[in-house]
Design a protein around this ligand. Structure first.
Ligand code: ADP
Length: 490
């Protein structure tokens, strides 16, 4: 039987190191607030380098035994963790809504999504095959085996407080690695709750360690991991500048990195598209989490022949979206995460309007709901000079760019340093093949807006980073290959 917890029982405020809840070495705390109201939900440990070091020490002590645990036994622990997540999906979903602001249905959906990676990697743990290499010389036997890389440091963002960390911890533990982690300062509570459930599931002391830190103290805490040669891998989801910083700073100890960084996803609608389906797909892809995901379409290119019809249909559907606090069962879009986020959205829209964009719906804050709400927005006549064309807006704003031919659309779509997700709608099989091959992106949605799946490889190209999460490739990032050559066999 798995235990079902109340929401308040899941709220933890200390660090989890070596199987115990401990206060930070400096004894300091920082506030976690409800993004809708600014009200303090909890005060969590404000960790520093000493706490990061204690986590690494614990992970180093635990590594040999966890590495040598039978894969099927590691899998069993992960399956128990998965069961606990599913059993507690309602409370975890509410906790996500509380600290992150997404509507409850989406919060619960995120729990199930994150849990699906845990189940997936539990199974993958038992399938870490190596190779027997065909014999090259008499008397010699050559093989390749896969081993856990060692201690993994996981650093995650606020937009998916559960899924982002689950899809890093699960493959790391499946591979036999031990973990030190730091969730985003805006949303540490869900990650702490998840670690509590992992402990209950039987993850041994020291195998999984989590510290929280304010934005300022995250820098020295993570810097300790970057400089520590015992930490063999960094897995990070977040912004491109921070990803580049982590790559630079970990070069001193040549760590392996997985970086899932910013996107600037194009969404192309060709004249031969099913326009209704394209609108539905765009709504699914764009407005998840209020537009605050790295795979949200940021630039929507619509071919001239369907531009007006697409804009009309889209505007009607976007204007009908319900913006409300996460606790409102009818809410489709909640508050944005913080003041910095909403200021960026307003700046992008204002800049676009000042450069000639037309507001078809939205285009304003919603102060009557609270300081962090923004109306779902459609802008027509977007152009490449606008800020929202080159930077991720990370909010509920759809800019519509007009194009005339396929080459122009592909050029515009690829004209960015980023390459995470991309989408296009067309019913012409030859065009589908051509465009899918030409888009510079790690992920391509073809007549589909909902792409997430634990069975698929998620990750980017160019400055969106490297490494893949999920799928049969997802474990590779946590393994190293050892070549064994045995001689004297004749
Ligand atoms: P966002 O803009 O979405 O907040 P960031 O890349 O700034 O994305 O943050 C993602 C994660 O990286 C968070 O956990 C944050 O605390 C952490 N982080 C940000 N800056 C640094 C840094 N200089 N050193 C270590 N961690 C950092």
């Amino acid at each position: 039987m798995t235990k079902r917890y109340e929401l308040n029982e899941l709220i933890r405020s200390d660090n989890f190191i070596d199987g115990k809840w401990v206060v930070s070495a400096g004894g300091k705390r920082f506030d976690v607030t409800d993004p809708a109201t600014g009200k303090v939900i909890a005060q969590v440990a404000d960790s520093h380098a000493a706490d990061a070091r204690a986590a690494t020490d614990a992970a180093a002590r635990a590594f040999p035994a966890w590495r040598d645990t039978l894969p099927k036994d590691r899998a069993a622990v992960l399956h128990r963790w998965h069961a606990l997540m599913v059993e507690n999906a309602d409370a975890l979903g509410r906790l996500i809504s509380l600290e992150q602001g997404k509507p409850f249905a989406e919060g619960r959906g995120e729990v199930m999504y994150g849990a699906s990676y845990v189940a997936w990697f539990a199974d993958e743990a038992t399938r870490i095959y190596g190779d027997i290499i065909p014999q090259q010389q008499r008397g010699k036997r050559m093989s390749a085996i896969k081993e856990p890389i060692g201690i993994v440091a996981a650093i995650t963002p606020w937009n998916f407080p559960l899924a982002m960390i689950a899809r890093k911890i699960a493959p790391a533990l499946a591979a036999g690695c031990t973990v030190v982690g730091k969730p985003a300062e805006d949303t540490p509570l869900t990650a702490l709750a998840l670690v509590m459930l992992a402990h209950e599931a039987g993850v041994p002391a020291g195998v999984l360690n989590l510290i929280s830190a304010s934005r300022d103290n995250a820098v020295p805490a993570v810097a300790d991991w970057l400089a520590d040669s015992r930490v063999r891998k960094i897995t990070f989801t977040g912004s491109t500048p921070v990803g580049k910083y982590l790559a630079r700073e970990s070069a001193g100890t040549l760590k392996k990195l997985s970086l899932e960084l910013g996107g600037n996803a194009p969404f192309i609608v060709f004249d031969d598209a099913d326009v209704d389906a394209a609108v539905t797909g765009l709504l699914a892809a764009k407005f998840r989490n209020g537009g605050q995901t790295c795979v949200c379409p940021n630039r929507v290119y619509v071919q001239s022949g369907v531009y007006e019809r697409f804009a009309d249909l889209l505007t009607t559907r976007v204007a009908a979206l319900k913006v409300a606090p996460a606790t409102d069962p009818a809410a489709q879009i909640g508050p944005m995460i913080n003041a910095r986020a909403i200021d960026k959205i307003a700046r992008h829209v204002d800049d676009a309007v000042s450069r000639g964009a037309r507001v078809l719906t939205g285009g304003k804050r919603l102060p009557e709901l609270g300081p962090t709400y923004y109306a779902p927005t459609v802008l027509a006549d977007a152009t490449p000079e606008m800020q929202l064309s080159c930077e991720e807006t990370f909010g509920p704003v759809v800019p519509l760019f007009r194009f005339d031919d396929e080459a122009q659309a592909i050029h515009a779509a690829n004209d960015t340093p980023f390459g995470l997700a991309s989408y296009f709608y067309s019913q012409d099989v030859r065009r589908i093949d051509r465009v899918a091959r030409q888009l510079e992106a790690g992920i391509v949605g073809i007549n589909e807006g909902a792409l997430a799946s634990e069975a698929a490889p998620f990750g980017g190209v160019k400055e969106s980073g490297y490494g893949r999460e999920g799928s049969k490739y997802g474990l590779d990032d946590y393994l190293s290959i050892k070549y064994l050559c045995q001689g004297g066999l004749e």
